[in-house]
Design a binder for this molecule. Structure first.
Ligand SMILES: [Ca+2]
Length: 453
């Protein structure tokens, strides 16, 4: 009996060792405000050799979407797998503001930490105030180690003065923000024991304004005939590419790259026309230009190289995907809004049961929803007054009760630029999608907290 029991214990121990050995490391890399066409492999003129090589070694997605067209909500959606207003992120978080990612929300970091992963957050956070208020920061949301900022690098990307490490302001740091962020990530990864898995969020500040870029890179683009402003921007993206290359090299050096799930994307659409080529709108708009992003996944142990895929994916999918990839149960009693990619990565279809939905009250239209090749846009009733840039006490009750009253409908397969409104000519499709949009909109806003000032 005792021998049997011992054998049983040994078997379990072995299975657990095998499972943890098979679990991937996870690195989520995100730029701030880069658009759909800001990397060479998506058609940009900027030199991004490291990102292009990375895409060739994995899957480059053509239909990848942020959870929101704006900073804080997008980041909340990625970490929780929930549509941002559902968790109370209605807009970007201004300084010293009550809105933040609530402590009770379950993040990918919390899930993986519980499974024994070392967890680190590096770069822009923007899910709470790290300076003014007692709000949960990265270290309270599942990250063992963090270095970053509440919002943008100040005064710009060069020698930033507002970095906070594990809750402590550290004063000025020398260097460009993206390189500083990768320095810290690499040092941290070196310290993670070989047998322990790691999860890192590497969320660059670039290319969000205020921009600072290495002069030699700026000169290179000016020599190609670009205006100074554009050259600064291109150089900024290339500087991130260089930093990203250093990150990937470190994973390789540590023997972790083969079984590393590395996903690279942006938090929302770009602000320049050349950043969102062929798309309508830009950052903050729920048209494609505001929320369609580059999305590249590399995971050599699991997925074949050199794929370009056209499935519609969202950052909301990362939490369920990573639960499946690491064989961890999804959080109990939590309404998740994304769909796992694992069946797709295993050669089956991506089976999305709930349409993707975007909501950003400050712009018109304020809502978007995707069903197959169709995109529905929804306009809210007119607000009693013009919105302030930051969420205000007057906006809050209005957001909760405002109804969607008019629509535009586009077929993205035929009209990616969203120029031909089909809402009049396709009444059946419109009716089907209106109903689904009303249902998700109501559900999400019922869940979302009411912030108090
Ligand atoms: Ca942003």
């Amino acid at each position: 009996m005792r021998i049997h029991f011992l054998f049983f214990v040994l078997c379990i121990a072995n299975i657990q060792t095998l499972l943890s050995a098979a679990r991937p490391d996870v690195v989520l890399v995100m730029l701030d405000d880069s658009g759909y066409t800001d990397f060479g492999c998506y058609g940009s003129k900027v030199d991004t050799p490291n990102i292009d090589a990375f895409a060739k070694e994995g899957i480059r997605f053509t239909d990848c979407h942020a959870a929101a067209p704006n900073c804080s909500p997008s980041r909340a959606g990625m970490l929780t797998g929930r549509i941002p207003p559902r968790v109370g992120l209605y807009s970007y978080i201004p300084p010293n503001h009550p809105m933040h990612l609530p402590d009770e929300e379950i993040t990918i970091a919390e899930i993986l930490k519980k499974e024994g992963y070392a967890t680190g957050h590096f770069g822009k956070w923007h899910l709470s105030s790290l300076e003014y208020r007692e709000q949960p920061g990265p270290n309270q949301q599942g990250f063992d180690h963090s270095l970053g900022t509440s919002n943008n690098a100040k005064p710009n990307h060069l020698n930033p003065v507002n970095f906070v490490r594990n809750g402590e302001a550290i004063g000025q740091v020398k260097g460009y923000s993206c390189q500083v962020v990768v320095d810290e990530t690499n040092e941290w990864m070196e310290k993670v024991p070989k047998e322990q898995n790691l999860f890192a969020c590497v969320w660059f500040h670039e290319p969000h304004s205020r921009i600072a870029s290495p002069p030699e890179l700026v000169a290179k683009y000016e020599a190609r005939g670009m205006k100074k402003k554009d050259a600064l921007y291109y150089a900024n993206i290339e500087n991130v590419d260089i930093a990203f290359g250093r990150l990937m090299n470190k994973l390789k050096e540590l023997g972790r790259e083969e079984n590393a799930f590395v996903f690279l994307t942006s938090d929302n659409g770009g602000v320049n026309a050349f950043s969102n080529q062929g798309l309508r709108g830009k950052k903050s708009f729920v048209y494609e230009g505001g929320q369609r992003d580059a999305g590249i996944l590399r995971w050599p142990k699991k997925i074949p190289v050199g794929q370009i895929r056209h499935e519609t994916i969202s950052h909301l999918d990362l939490l369920p995907t990573l639960c499946d990839a690491t064989e961890v149960a999804r959080p109990k009693g939590v309404k998740l809004d994304g769909t796992s990619w694992m069946p797709m990565l295993n050669g089956k279809c991506l089976d999305r049961t709930q349409p993707l939905f975007w909501f950003f009250y400050r712009v018109e239209p304020a809502a978007a929803m995707r069903m197959g090749e169709y995109s529905l846009l929804g306009y809210l009733e007119k607000p009693p007054k013009k919105f302030s840039h930051g969420l205000s006490p007057v906006d809050m009750p209005w957001i909760k009760q405002a109804k969607i009253v008019s629509y535009e409908l586009y077929n993205l397969r035929e009209d990616l630029a969203q120029t031909k409104d089909l809402s009049k000519s396709h009444p059946k499709k419109l009716a089907e999608m209106k109903k689904a949009m009303a249902s998700i909109h109501a559900d999400v806003l019922t869940d979302g907290p009411n912030w108090k000032w």
